[in-house]
Design a protein around this ligand. Structure first.
Ligand SMILES: [Zn+2]
Length: 372
């Protein structure tokens, strides 16, 4: 039997991270409370907390009265403003470029980037003015990038038409700006931006323009072997079915993505109409109603089937047809019809735009500061 020797420096670093994580996920607490949570002596906690306060990672925010005898305890709070990162959320139509702390969006620029981002060079040109203008005084710890499709080790494997396949975003951005870059799937980044604590269990499902899904299990994103877990948009609904933009046939997206709804409406009516107008016609125009009903059915099936596999506590939905009040009601009814579990809470993501702004930035901060 071998005894594992833990380096005291490593242990101290890990205790520091654990303290920050507990303050983030469970809220403000005293040194005594922290000692109980981490099963450490009050003396050890005091020493580590003092370091964290000195480093500006943790703040003392006032006294909390102790019951019975003894001095009042000082309440501690994670300094969420300490670290700042640049976030980039790249989707087919729009790109959010933001500067964020762990809980605040300091700047958020939204660009209409449909057909404007075709290479990593285009991303560099988009980010450059923000880096040049805001690197001082913000001193960001890095750039967090969320992009459509599977990502492996900073490389966008397939962003379904945004960048060429196998674009090394991390390498090129780090070379250009000389700060750390982390790249993950955009829906994974948005699901992580919604994370509140260490044992959350939820699914995020996004409609528009494609269909994305991310699974948070016990506070951690389910990545999978190719960082692709939850990619329900490209799960096959029909053998040799309709062609999908990923190159396969019969994918869920081919039946209910916005591009399919718009194309189908245009081919049947001869008129090209913005997607919001088609949504607004639901229940009033026969063609729009039929196309949307046909799109809702596979979407609802995918939600019910995925939730059977994942067993989440809640499902958060966002974008496209979920954002239309009438259609949201129809989808919820369809889910009940299909036997959706009653104790699984489904709700719409509040302030969707904020989640997009937070996405990549919050991901890199959580990763570097809280190691989650
Ligand atoms: Zn597909």
């Amino acid at each position: 039997m071998t005894t594992k020797v833990i380096n005291p420096k490593t242990l101290r670093k890990s205790n520091k991270v654990n303290i920050k994580f507990i303050l983030w996920s469970k809220g403000d607490m005293s040194r005594l409370h922290l000692a109980k949570e981490l099963k450490l002596t009050k003396a050890s906690i005091t020493q580590i907390v003092n370091d964290l306060v000195y480093e500006g990672e943790v703040e003392e925010i006032g006294n909390v009265e102790r019951k019975g005898a003894g001095r009042p305890e000082i309440l501690l709070r994670l300094n969420t403003k300490k670290h700042i990162a640049i976030g980039l959320n790249i989707e087919n139509d729009k790109t959010h470029l933001s500067i964020c702390t762990l809980d605040e969006i300091l700047k958020d620029f939204v660009f209409n980037t449909k057909d404007r981002i075709n290479s990593v060079k285009d991303i560099i040109e988009l980010v450059r003015p923000v880096i040049d203008r805001w690197i001082y005084p913000y001193d960001p710890i890095g750039i967090g990038v969320g992009i459509v499709g599977p990502v492996d080790n900073g490389i966008s494997i397939n962003s379904y038409g945004i960048l060429p396949n196998n674009s090394d975003i991390k390498k090129e951005l780090e070379k250009e700006f000389n700060i750390p870059v982390k790249v993950i799937n955009n829906i994974h980044a948005q699901a992580r931006a919604l994370l509140q604590g260490g044992n959350d269990n939820y699914m995020l499902i996004k409609h528009s323009p494609g269909i994305g899904c991310a699974i948070i299990s016990n506070g951690k994103i389910l990545g999978g072997e190719h960082s692709n877990a939850g990619e329900i948009g490209h799960s096959i609904m029909e053998i040799n079915g309709l062609p999908c933009r990923c190159g396969k046939k019969g994918c869920l997206e081919a039946y209910c993505a916005e591009w399919h709804i718009q194309d189908l409406y245009e081919s049947k009516s001869g008129v090209k109409v913005p997607i919001e107008e088609i949504y607004a016609k639901y229940g009033e125009d026969g063609l729009a109603t039929k196309i949307l009903d046909d799109a809702i059915q596979p979407m609802a099936l995918a939600i019910v089937n995925t939730s059977m596999i994942v067993d989440p506590k809640k499902i958060l939905v966002t974008g496209g047809m979920f954002n239309n009040e009438k259609l949201y009601g129809v989808i919820m009814n369809k889910l009940q019809e299909l036997g959706m579990k009653k104790d699984c809470d489904i709700s719409i993501v509040p302030q969707e735009q904020n989640i997009k702004a937070f996405a990549g930035a919050k991901d890199i901060i959580m990763n570097k500061v809280l190691e989650v």
